[in-house]
Design a binder for this molecule. Structure first.
Ligand code: FAD
Length: 525
């Protein structure tokens, strides 16, 4: 593929970059605006000037409700109080994801779920406990998610990961959030405009290019042509700048990730004081899976599915059957997408962030994570001196690898399935639908568990702990028999597993009910 950022573009000649125009006001647009406003000395002498234009006619997607724990650091860096964020976005705590029926079909008699917790092993020990778990030191048949961390049992008991007196963004257990995506974008808008971002409500009708092939400006319906040194395309699936105008190719990943549609509903709880689950429930179905996310007053539920393996009517029926009577005659929203990404999200003077850059099904909340990653990267690589092409090449290389590695992690959830009940699951387990890079990882782990050396946290969103919980949750067999004699600390490992069990009992007695803590935060901060 031709490198559109070869160092001959106008910006490579050194025109300084000060004016930034963000097109789009969804989660991507406002999160990038708030993050850049905070980190690029907006409005200060020598700082950047940021404008965000969003259309009143084209809505935001508004369904990104699950996040990953690094959202805490992003919100802290932007300078948002946790209690304000939670109240304004109707946020609840998310301690992980429970996967139901991914390994075995319902009714198989096997353990029908596993948990991907956000808290890894309590790290006071020097001993890596995972090999000892594989050798049985945690007890026969005790799953990794229960042996290694207290979080599963805390979450199962509908308790919160933190206590009422804990400081903002601090708690005994790691966590992310569920929230109302529309309210979250609204909060970010207030924060970003308070930080000095200029807000224009208008629709972009055309994006002319200059003689070098860079964006010359965006033509709006009422505000004339808006120009900037750097454009950020946050127009969602429309990709109006990066795709329609600049023609940066989209690389489909559909041959690995089959799901390409979703149908979603919101329903109230059966009882207003029902426990709020502090994890996403991800339930596998015949041709896809459902997410089930609990906010304070409602559940958001959606069915993600493959149109090659089912049809829309059947997919909606699966969703309604999962929800039960609460679905009533509520109208469901439908979404179409193609798993994939742009290998070059930064072309000349335009950077794509959010859905315009790429999208994988929302199995592990990679949508918002990758918006955060792109915002952090753009801050670090910001081409103050006009070195646009250099920054673009590094940004593109890192984002491409981020997408490729996230793709492997998502496919891991599918490819180890033992389900054979439908073509969807049989196709997912077919080795030909597994990327070579994932085959390579699985080969490595035949005789040792995933370790830090397998990952690079500049490029990987998910650390070895996440990989271990999914890998062993799906029943993968790492055979340590050849080196069992090398693990000489079985007694110490047994003691540490016992210590985790004891701490779990203490946590179960000490942590508040999730709903109680949410109510308190909303009322009193
Ligand atoms: P959008 O929300 O679509 O915003 C686009 C913006 O661009 C809007 O403001 C629109 O007005 C503006 N715009 C478009 N064209 C123009 C124009 N011509 N002129 C002016 N303005 C324009 N991610 C997660 O992390 N967790 C999840 O749980 C999750 N669930 C998801 C479920 C589904 C079914 C889908 C499809 C996605 C999900 N995602 C999730 C992804 C997440 O929703 C997105 O990453 C996130 O909402 C960011 O969207 P966006 O801002 O890029 O685009």
């Amino acid at each position: 593929m031709a490198d559109t950022n070869a160092p001959d573009g106008a910006r490579a000649k050194g025109a300084p970059v000060r004016n930034v125009l963000i097109v789009g006001g969804g989660t991507a647009g406002w999160l990038a605006a708030a993050y850049l406003a905070r980190t690029l000395s907006i409005g200060q002498p020598g700082g950047a000037r940021i404008t965000l234009v969003e259309s009143a006619d084209i809505g935001i997607l508004g369904v990104g409700e699950g996040t990953f724990p690094n959202i805490q650091r992003t919100l802290r860096r932007i300078g948002i109080d946790e209690s304000v964020f939670m109240r304004e976005s109707e946020a609840t705590f998310k301690q992980g994801i429970r996967f139901d029926h991914w390994q075995h079909a319902p009714g198989s008699g096997e353990r029908d779920h596993y948990f991907h917790p956000f808290q890894s092993a309590i790290s006071r020990q020097d001993l890596d406990l995972v090999p000892y778990w594989l050798l049985g030191a945690a007890g026969d048949g005790v799953p990794l998610d229960t042996a290694l961390t207290m979080q599963k049992r805390v979450a199962d008991a509908a308790l919160a990961p933190k206590r009422s007196g804990d400081a903002d963004y601090a708690a005994p257990l790691n966590y992310a959030y569920h929230f109302d995506a529309v309210k979250f974008a609204r909060l970010l808008r207030v924060v970003a405009t308070d930080l000095g971002v200029r807000h224009v409500v208008d629709t972009v009708d055309a994006v002319p290019l200059d003689e070098t092939g860079a964006v010359a400006g965006v033509v709006t319906r009422e505000s004339g042509t808006l120009t900037a040194d750097l454009y950020i395309d946050c127009t969602g699936f429309r990709a109006q700048l990066i795709g329609q105008a600049l023609k940066s190719p989209y690389q489909s990943c559909r041959k690995w990730l089959f799901c390409d549609r979703a149908v979603a509903l919101q329903v109230p709880y059966d009882q207003p004081d029902a426990p709020i689950p502090s994890y996403t429930v991800s339930t596998a179905h015949e041709a896809g899976w459902t997410w089930d996310i609990g906010l304070e007053t409602r559940r958001g539920i959606g069915h993600v599915y493959s149109s090659d393996h089912t049809d829309d009517a059947r997919a909606e029926q699966v969703l309604r059957d999962y929800i039960g009577p609460a679905a009533g005659d509520k109208t469901a929203r439908t979404f179409r997408f193609e798993a994939g990404y742009r290998p070059e999200p930064w072309v000349r003077n335009c950077v794509a962030i959010g859905l315009s850059s790429g999208f994988f099904e929302p199995l592990e909340s990679t949508g918002i994570v990758l918006i955060e990653v792109a915002s952090v990267l753009l801050t670090s690589l910001f081409p103050w001196a006009g070195d646009m092409a250099t920054a673009a090449r590094q940004f593109n290389r890192i984002m491409r690898q981020r997408y490729e590695r996230a793709l492997d992690f998502l496919k891991l959830h599918y490819c180890l399935t033992r389900r054979t009940d439908t073509a969807f699951w049989r196709d997912n387990a077919d080795a030909a639908t597994v990327p070579d890079t994932l085959h390579d990882l699985l080969d490595r782990w035949r005789h040792r568990p995933p370790e830090g050396l397998d990952f690079d946290l500049n490029l990987d969103t998910f650390s070895e702990a996440s990989w271990q919980f999914v890998l062993y949750g799906m029943g993968y067999n790492t055979d340590l028999s050849a080196q069992a004699g090398a693990f000489r600390h079985m007694d110490e490992a047994r003691q540490q597993f016992a210590a985790i069990r004891a701490s779990t009992e203490q946590a179960l007695a000490a942590l508040p009910r999730h709903r109680d803590l949410i109510t308190q935060i909303y009322r009193h901060g």
